[in-house]
Design a binder for this molecule. Structure first.
Ligand SMILES: Nc1ncnc2c1ncn2[C@@H]1O[C@H](COP(=O)(O)OP(=O)(O)OP(=O)(O)O)[C@@H](O)[C@H]1O
Ligand SMILES: Nc1nc2c(ncn2[C@@H]2O[C@H](COP(=O)(O)O)[C@@H](O)[C@H]2O)c(=O)[nH]1
Length: 186
């Protein structure tokens, strides 16, 4: 029987975390762990699919495994969300900032497989955020936040404990992700 694992996709905003998470879902049928946020939805985002969108009161009624304040908004992931995902499939996947990824590694040990995505060129990151339709004001706020800048490099606490994938060319990224996943499929 395959052991329960959660593939934690982390890295800076715009580095491709959601793209990788969706690939893992489509290609390997990994269950997606939906997280909670007080951030307003983007035009294409749906409640219960992309996030559970909360207000500053309802957010704190959840039972979080970890939560963070990122670029002025709250984000958190619950134990229930992870357990629900594992009920669907032994391999689950979640998108977190690097602070969340560190907490997952500390709390879940080998059950958490951390993939840190990097895009070296910050102009390219901004182009990708604009390309998916983020408004210019949101992008400017994001790139000036300390959390975005912190997440451009793999944090010390994840070194030696996370896979690093440079997400420039998607075909190369996909093949590196496939290699990592194959290590954990029974
Ligand atoms: N290798 C790639 N080459 C070009 N564009 C890419 C690549 N990977 C992802 N993208 C595109 O970049 C944009 C940002 O990707 P994505 O939304 O997955 O990033 P993210 O890390 O989840 O961002 P955020 O944390 O802000 O939600 C999307 O439009 C996506 O299609
Ligand atoms: N630690 C956590 N980080 C989370 C969670 N849900 C999302 N995120 C990360 O927040 C930033 C911003 O996300 P965005 O959708 O507004 O661009 C990004 O790094 C996400 O990965 C969570 O529950 N915990």
């Amino acid at each position: 029987m395959m052991e329960n694992r959660v593939f934690v996709i982390t890295g800076a905003a715009g580095s491709g975390k959601t793209t990788v998470r969706d690939y893992l879902h489509d290609q390997y049928k990994m269950a997606r762990v939906i997280t909670h946020t007080t951030r307003p939805p983007r035009d294409y985002e749906r409640d219960g699919v992309d996030y559970y969108f909360e207000d500053e009161h309802s957010f704190f009624e959840n039972h979080f495994l970890e939560s963070v304040h990122y670029a002025g908004q709250y984000y958190g992931s619950s134990y229930e969300g992870l357990e629900n995902a594992w009920e669907k499939s032994p391999l689950a996947t979640i998108v977190l900032d690097t602070a969340g990824a560190i907490t997952y590694k500390e709390k879940l040990g080998e059950k958490a497989v951390i993939i840190f995505l990097q895009v070296g060129d910050t102009n390219e990151l901004q182009r990708r955020m604009q390309g998916r339709g983020d408004n210019a004001e949101m992008v400017a706020k994001r790139v000036s936040s300390k959390e975005y800048n912190r997440d451009l490099e793999m944090p010390y606490e994840l070194q030696g404990k996370a896979y690093k994938v440079v997400n420039h060319d998607w075909e190369q990224t996909r093949s590196q992700i496939d290699e990592i996943v194959e290590k954990y499929r029974g």
